[in-house]
Write a protein that binds this ligand. Sequence first.
Ligand code: HEC
Length: 316
Amino acid sequence: MKLSYAVILSSLLAVGSAFAAKTPPPISDVEFEQAKQIFFERCAGCHGVLRKGATGKPLTPDITLEKGTEYLKVFIAFGSPAGMPAWGASGDLSEAEVDLMARYIQHEPPVPPEYSMADMKASWKVLIPPEQRPTEKMNIFDVEDSFSVTLRDSGEIALIDSDTKKMITIIKTGYAVHISRLSASGRYLYVIGRDARINLIDLWMETPATVAEIKVGMEARSVETSKFEGWEDKYVIAGTYWPPQFVIMDGTTLEPLRIVSTRGMTTDTQEYHPEPRVTAITASYQQPEFMVNVKETGTAGQPAKNITTSNTDHSL
Ligand code: HEC
């Protein structure tokens, strides 16, 4: 008796470790492509393009395989009070799509697509061309002294007058806005979402609104405008985590002019890095330059080495 008990136990243990080394559930090529698209559009903003986790938890196969399809389906369908939307219950994803996503996230994340000039141009919209914009400020707000407040999960910003604390307006933007930056002239506000969508907002309009927009990648953190005297409102630059690059655009229309990849050697060990993420970017007041801070290729504790400068004169 004792022996067979031990045999059962060991076979249970074997089943346990077989689960740990589980293979992902089947998914066809067509389904994989569909799920990839849904993930980039709906999930990557919180879970990260490479599913390494951000606001949402990491969703890499080492974790998701353990949880299994049934658990994942319930979580995706009903969400959680800790910030995971209820994709099924809200009707945003069908039952079949919930099932698809539960299977998809148990597979290795695919390398996300590149984002070229053609992609940027396809997403670029000038809603109000510069010549149709006001020639003077048309509202009573002290726009240079107002707040742009991120309304994270609804993909909006609220403009608030700092004297009266009154809400001026709410503007639809990219998802989970990372920063808002004012142009040197104080007229334009540039807002970038983590989904790399940029809104150019004209603060001179009667009710400030988006006059141009563009998507510059999959995951972004920074936008900045030229600040050097004589270069006010001229250029705008945005940096992305994915793809690892930055783009310089026209300051009044957001027309993309030049993309620069940050892939290259690390400053310490001189190793090639395929994904150096662009973080903070600041404009110089002393010269027509932007300082672009690149994460993986820089050296921790040596901020000077972290910085690469790109002369706008030079690169355009
Ligand atoms: C608004 C941000 C947000 C979006 C968008 C989002 N999630 Fe989440 N997700 C979260 C958060 C936050 C958690 C952690 C919740 C918790 O611990 O209760 C989470 C948890 C999960 C979990 C459970 C992970 C675990 O280890 O238990 C799964 C599965 C999941 N998300 C899948 C998805 C999928 C698939 C999508 C796209 C259809 C998606 N999420 C979109 C925020 C988000």
